[in-house]
Ligand binder design. Structure first.
Ligand SMILES: [Zn+2]
Length: 90
């Protein structure tokens, strides 16, 4: 029962991840052209950080295989504002 619920959650997560991936690819083009100003508090970077947290909860160590998500959403260094971290190309 629990395993099945976990499986459902993983499928839902992977679908959301696919959708996010497409948005992020487009968003990165804007960021490369316009710089960190293209980022906002609810840009795909913010969603990516949430998805990355979910990935680690749902998938455990396997989440490390999601390199695109990890690179885009890995926790920024504490001293760096999130917006500045957004500008880093993957
Ligand atoms: Zn962004």
């Amino acid at each position: 029962m629990l395993a099945q619920a976990g499986h459902k959650a993983q499928r839902r997560f992977l679908e959301e991840l696919q959708h996010w991936h497409d948005e992020m690819v487009m968003h990165q083009r804007f960021v490369q052209r316009f710089g960190p100003a293209a980022c906002s508090d609810d840009c795909p970077h913010a969603a990516g950080r949430r998805l990355w947290r979910e990935a680690r909860e749902l998938l455990g160590p396997a989440a490390d295989g999601l390199t695109f998500l990890r690179n885009c959403a890995g926790d920024p260094p504490p001293a760096t504002p999130a917006r500045a971290a957004c500008a880093t190309p993957a």
